[in-house]
Design a protein around this ligand. Sequence first.
Ligand SMILES: [Zn+2]
Length: 173
Amino acid sequence: MSESQIPAYVDTRKVFHEGAAVSGNLSLKKLELFQEYLSAPVGSVKVELFFRIAESGQRQITGRVAASVQVYCQRCLAPLGIELADDIRLVLLKDEAKAADLEPSFDPLICEGFKLELATVIEEQLILCLPIVSYHSQGECANPLNYQVGSSAIDDNQAKSPFSILKKLKKTD
Ligand SMILES: [Zn+2]
């Protein structure tokens, strides 16, 4: 995939007839809705889109989105890096009336005008492929929630001793 930014918009009167391909990066700054699911607006989103008119006459958008972003771990609430990847299979429709005619592997994308905002399309795909909950791997949480609150010196000492961890586990049982 190219390292350049993808265009903000495509003209739906042109791209399908031209069989256009778009590939490159998409800045997280342009994905305000998706950002709300992240612990910080850092990471990368790579996009590859192909526009074509199928034999059925449907205007199809296929391709792939891959993102490397940070979310909150649901166990320790510290940032956690995750990788997202999803295939894109959309059919552009002017309204929802024809959505029932789609092949099952395609989802409808409603766009009434000629200007298709790519960030909006990608944002929706990214939000849909986010895991419902994300956790660090076992033992890699920064500061588990059941950790007792105390002075940092005590916490450090306890963290170093496997016995104190065992004691703590017994206590919480
Ligand atoms: Zn964690």
